[in-house]
Design a protein around this ligand. Structure first.
Ligand code: K7E
Ligand code: CUA
Length: 662
């Protein structure tokens, strides 16, 4: 297995010799013979050495690309550098995370926005991150991420890589077709998944067709506020097919969006009653439906007021969507996973998991079929079905279990093959960009990966201008690739060099992910990101991204007892002390504690941890935080800085003294 990604000696070795002949670390004499000796000792091929040369990133050298990866069950987002595949940080979103203090004193209100019917749900099943776009290209400003289990969307500000908002979908219980953005981030799209009655209210499953609903929600994004504006958001009712992935049109298809579905059978399972299990029930039809939605028209319909309020949320009903001509269906190979719009927006690629082809739809042909009413019929709910042969441009046999497609800059498309455990490269030659040397619509090469690849990500590969260069296979199983840390094995991100043409696309790095199962990730050019390294001013509140007038500053440190008995603490933190250091309160007091990190040095982060009260903050340079608690336990509680900020870090401490009532 291990040898399949190796390639021979020759030109590669020469290039490598030149690369390695130049010592970078000032170490003593280094020569090619040392390289050869070590390679021999470790059993490395020339291909391995070349892969190392392409990925090894010496200390201080920065990565060219940044991955924003879903954190899977961790409910977070992972930030990883490419090509080094070094994990840079996780971003806490749906799950409390103590290093960042998320849910332990900071971010508590934002986590609370994610409560479901008043109940905390402190994990997320994150699947699809979406970077904000301007004219269909990543602009490096915002990041959105869905939580499939509870139909929630998180909003992350890429100035400080922190979560600013969580919205809970009021209509549906689970989402999968999110998050995807429209080309100018007008809307964040959140498609549902498993059909339920509105709001997940009860209705017997025997009333599935009447009471269970499909839907897609368009969350309006307000760039100025950096928040989803719920008051300008709306949803569209869809048939109770399980809508799956989504993509927004761009270029020629700007204004449209496309959604897959996986249960047009409307199977309701029940293996215990001798019904076909869901797995078989939802795969009986030869085809499912690709949903084609004119979202600009939907926006007009919503703005004109032709909506029904359901669960306090405006919904364009299925009947209105049909009457207004904003929803069409067309057959697609059954049980598809990805729907991916090519860079110029002309082609839409769908893969049915049980069909070895990718199916390529032509957007101009779709428009023509809508205009000419070239329907092959209507579905049960009266939605017009566009004739398949009229709207399909091509089908390419790529291999077994095709899932997701991404695009390169040169007319290549890439599709993950779950069953083949491979990534297929095929041509849309001449369809956009420079065009490949191979003829149109041809499978060019398959690179084996280990194992069971789900999504793939090409650098900027879902934008109007893909960079190519790198592709990452997000593999579900790692089996024998790493030391087994018990029976629960990590997932495996495999980096593939796609800068070559034809069959030249070797795997060059493996990165285990042992903290949840990431699904999708987007890969952005690092120079498009412009994060702060310290907060702009001392006393900055990251939740509002503005100066907090209440933030404690030097010489303003104090403890105040208010008339209502509330105790307010105004504290500063700097290497290597807190001020004040004694906090005396009485049992039962309500404490409002404000603390500012008054450092201006990069990386001078302080922690703030209080034992027995479940409090831990992370205070980055300039940051202020406010947290509240009832001092309901009498005693002596040494609080300390939980970040190793300085040599005297152990001395960065103080005492919270809670005097008993009597
Ligand atoms: Cu797992 Cu996009 Cu949720 Cu495919 S999805 S792998
Ligand atoms: Cu501040 Cu440790």
């Amino acid at each position: 297995m291990r040898n399949q990604n190796r390639f021979g000696t020759g030109a590669g070795a020469l290039a490598l010799a030149a690369f390695l002949a130049c010592p970078t670390s000032g170490a003593s004499a280094q020569s090619m013979s040392d390289v050869q000796r070590i390679a021999k000792e470790r059993g490395l091929s020339t291909g391995d050495l070349l892969a190392a040369a392409k990925t090894f990133t010496p200390s201080g050298m920065k990565d060219e690309y940044i991955i924003f990866s879903s954190g899977g069950h961790s409910g977070q987002v992972f930030v990883i550098g490419v090509p080094s595949m070094r994990m840079l940080r996780s971003i806490a979103v749906f799950t409390p995370e103590p290093w960042q203090g998320w849910g332990y004193g900071v971010g508590n209100e934002i986590l609370k926005e994610g409560d479901v019917n008043g109940k905390a749900n402190l994990w997320g099943d994150t699947h699809h991150p979406a970077l904000s776009e301007t004219e269909g290209d990543y602009d490096g400003q915002w990041l959105f991420i869905n939580d499939k289990i509870n139909a929630r969307v998180g909003v992350i500000d890429l100035r400080d890589f922190e979560t600013k908002q969580i919205v809970k979908n009021p209509l549906t219980v689970s989402d999968h077709g999110g998050t995807f953005v429209t080309p100018n981030t007008e809307y964040v799209i959140e498609g549902g998944q498993y059909a339920v009655p509105w709001g997940a209210d009860y209705a017997p499953i025997s009333e599935y067709k009447e009471k269970y609903k499909g839907s897609v929600t368009l969350w309006k994004f307000d760039r100025k506020k950096g928040r989803i504006d719920k008051a300008q958001s709306f949803a569209i009712e869809l048939p109770p097919y399980w809508q799956d992935l989504t993509d927004a049109g761009k270029g020629v298809s700007d204004g449209y969006m496309f959604l897959n579905s996986i249960n047009t059978e409307m199977a309701t399972g029940g293996i215990e009653n001798k019904n076909p299990p869901f797995e078989a029930g939802v795969s009986m039809n030869a085809t499912d439906y690709l949903h084609i939605i004119n979202w600009r028209k939907a926006e007009k319909v919503y703005k004109s007021g032709k909506v029904t309020q359901i669960k306090g949320f405006p919904v364009i009903t299925l009947q209105t969507a049909i009457d207004e001509g904003l929803l069409y269906l067309t057959p697609e190979p059954r049980s598809p996973h990805g729907v991916d719009v090519a860079p110029n927006g002309e082609f839409i690629v769908v893969s049915g998991k049980l069909d070895p082809h990718t199916t390529i739809y032509s957007f101009p042909k779709i428009l023509g079929a809508i205009k000419n009413k070239t329907f092959s019929g209507k579905d049960e709910f009266g939605v017009p079905v566009l004739d398949f042969d009229t709207v399909v441009e091509a089908q390419v046999e790529v291999g077994l279990g095709p899932l997701h497609t991404q695009f390169g800059p040169d007319g290549y498309a890439y599709t993950s093959l779950f069953l083949d455990s491979a990534v297929a490269r095929w041509t849309m030659g001449g369809a956009y960009g420079k065009g490949t040397p191979e003829p149109d619509w041809t499978l060019v090469h398959k690179t084996p990966v280990q194992y069971n690849v789900g999504h793939i990500g090409v650098a900027e590969g879902d934008t109007v201008s893909p960079d190519g260069k790198y592709l990452i296979a997000f593999n579900k199983w790692s089996v024998d690739r790493f030391f087994p840390p018990g029976p629960l094995l990590p997932q495996n991100f495999q980096l593939i060099d796609i800068s070559g043409q034809g069959a030249d696309m070797p795997v060059i790095y493996d990165m285990p992910i042992g903290v949840g199962e990431p699904h999708y990730a987007q890969i952005i050019k690092a120079d498009k990101l412009n994060p702060w390294t310290v907060y702009p001013e001392i006393g900055w509140d990251p939740q509002t991204q503005s100066l907090d007038p209440w933030a404690p500053k030097p010489k303003m440190e104090r403890v105040e007892r208010k008339d209502d008995g509330t105790v307010e603490v105004y504290m500063t933190a700097i290497r290597s002390h807190f001020s004040p250091e004694h906090i005396n309160v009485k049992e039962g007091d309500k404490i409002v504690w404000r603390i500012t990190n008054i450092e201006r040095a990069i990386d001078a982060t302080h922690g703030f941890a209080v034992p027995q009260y479940n409090i831990n903050l992370s205070l980055e340079p300039g940051e202020t935080a406010k947290f509240e608690f009832i001092a309901d336990r009498a005693g002596v509680f040494p609080f300390y800085c939980s970040e190793f900020c300085s040599a005297l870090h152990l001395e960065m401490v103080g005492y919270l003294m809670v005097e008993p009532k009597e």
